[in-house]
Ligand binder design. Sequence first.
Ligand code: ATP
Length: 259
Amino acid sequence: MTSTTTPPQSATTAVALSGVTKVYGRGTNAVLALDGVSLDVRPGEFVCLVGASGCGKSTLLNLVAGLDRAQGGTITVADDAHPGLMFQEPALFPWLTVEANVEVPLKLRGLPRAERREKVAELLSTVHLSDFGRKRPHELSGGMRQRVALARTLALDTPVLLMDEPFGALDAMTRDILHDELERIWTERQLTVLFVTHNVREAARLADRIILLSSRPGRIIWSTEVTVPRPRRIDSPEIAAIASEVTDRLRTEVGRHGK
Ligand SMILES: Nc1ncnc2c1ncn2[C@@H]1O[C@H](COP(=O)(O)OP(=O)(O)OP(=O)(O)O)[C@@H](O)[C@H]1O
């Protein structure tokens, strides 16, 4: 079996992984990064992936994004949508203004100029950066740069957002604000989100479901539905209790591998 992006299996699945296996390298240098990962993500669901360093979280996102191919299994994205991918580093073009950065995907999509301008204004308003369109990335804070990266990803007009530690480099206060912002945008746009994080509190704060991957090779070893009503607070006892349970599971898994 090879990795494919075939039509959706069911209207109740936005992203489906079935028996996904990823090996890097060959022969004696081969590294089995993912081993038979199966996961169905519901449309509009917010799924957080946690696991020890090197367990294959980024690999999984890259495969769903279509940046790499799996050796085994299938990956299905509903309606053949091309997911948007965001990283810890905003990866903006430093020589372009904020507006021009957000405009890049719109140009690539071939939107006419007037429509692009309208869309850029709407997206900057969505991430609360309407007054900063003419600035360049170096004039912005880290949190603002991630807002630009988010606006640029949203410009792809995709229903599926893949986020690889997007707030990992930010201070706690900025992260807290961006959690609220992301939650609002996720709800307003009915996005499906796959979010990788090392921060278990962040996972409990944001997720509908938390998935725990084993240490390499990555396999899904545990998951939990987070039913705490929204809006949530990262410092609430309910979130702390879930984070503590995830930490315990993670610690057991890391301990099992002697890392
Ligand atoms: N291009 C590559 N070539 C060889 N090995 C790779 C490559 N990319 C990743 N790996 C290995 O595959 C495994 C999974 O890597 P991946 O980056 O997906 O893990 P991760 O869970 O995202 O890690 P982290 O939490 O540290 O970011 C790791 O052992 C890594 O060293």
